[in-house]
Design a binder for this molecule. Structure first.
Ligand SMILES: NC(=O)c1ccc[n+]([C@@H]2O[C@H](COP(=O)([O-])OP(=O)(O)OC[C@H]3O[C@@H](n4cnc5c(N)ncnc54)[C@H](OP(=O)(O)O)[C@@H]3O)[C@@H](O)[C@H]2O)c1
Length: 224
């Protein structure tokens, strides 16, 4: 696998830890944030680019920039995501739309653009959630968030079939991680972002399987 990686949403949380973990393993990393500024990572193998998954113009400009790179992308980690309705009980239209724009539509169209530029042997890791599992769902909170991750899982299935033999694609649950995505994660999450990133990168490097849905916290396959 080519060691040029894109990590979306690398300004904080799990994405920030993933970028650092990959850099420590000798990857060249392009990390994204909406501002295009990730000043907390100073490593000559790291560059930050602007990407707003809620805007198609931003996605197109980002794909154009990647197209013009001489080195080919071997790993795309679709990590950026929002959880505006996490811990709430009923859907609300504005946050529902924003959640789907970012977690589903933007992620899909970014991946459509980037995957065409990836050589054989590359990998696409979609950072999903166990909350996207239909068979494991036992609660009725976080409607848009859960549905967006189920939709992302469906994209993983579709893409893993379409790109089979060329690019491997999997969904990964990063665990319950202490980040600012929601207050309950920050207060009660079981893993630090660093611990989650370590497990995710280990899976990507040693166990990555096309069409898989993987729980990086427990190290087990998940039911769709
Ligand atoms: N934390 C958990 O326990 C947990 C559990 C299961 C799954 N996940 C998933 O793990 C991923 C990372 O979550 P996290 O907890 O690390 O969240 P986080 O700390 O809130 O970080 C989210 C990242 O997404 C970026 N982002 C937000 N809106 C964006 C947009 N419109 N376009 C592009 N990037 C955008 C943010 O960058 P800027 O704001 O700088 O643009 C930030 O870097 C998400 O997909 C989340 O659903 C997390």
């Amino acid at each position: 696998m080519n060691k040029l990686a894109i990590v979306t949403g690398a300004s904080k949380g799990i994405g920030f830890a993933l970028a650092n973990k990959l850099l420590s393993k000798g990857y060249t990393v392009i990390g994204t944030s909406r501002s295009g500024n990730i000043s907390d990572i100073s490593n000559s193998n790291f560059s930050a680019l602007s990407l707003d998954l809620a805007g198609s113009a931003s996605i197109s400009s980002f794909v154009e920039l990647i197209k013009n790179k001489t080195e080919e992308v071997g790993l795309l980690i679709n990590n950026a995501g929002v959880g505006y309705d996490l811990d709430t009980m009923s859907p609300e239209e504005k946050s529902y739309d924003a959640t789907f724009d970012i977690n589903v539509k933007g992620t899909v169209f970014l991946t459509e653009g980037i995957s065409k530029l990836m050589p054989s042997g590359s990998k696409i890791a979609n950072i999903s959630s166990v909350m996207g599992s239909i068979s494991l769902c036992g609660s009725h909170d976080s409607v848009a968030y859960r549905m967006s991750k189920s939709a992302l899982n469906m994209y993983t299935k579709i893409l893993s079939d379409r790109l089979a033999g060329k690019v491997d694609v999997a969904s990964i649950h990063p665990g319950w991680v202490r980040t600012t995505i929601t207050e309950s994660c920050l207060k009660h999450g079981r893993l630090t972002p660093g611990q989650s990133a370590e497990r995710i990168v280990d899976y990507i490097e040693h166990q990555f399987k096309n069409g898989d849905y993987w729980d990086a916290e427990r190290g087990v396959h998940l039911e769709w």
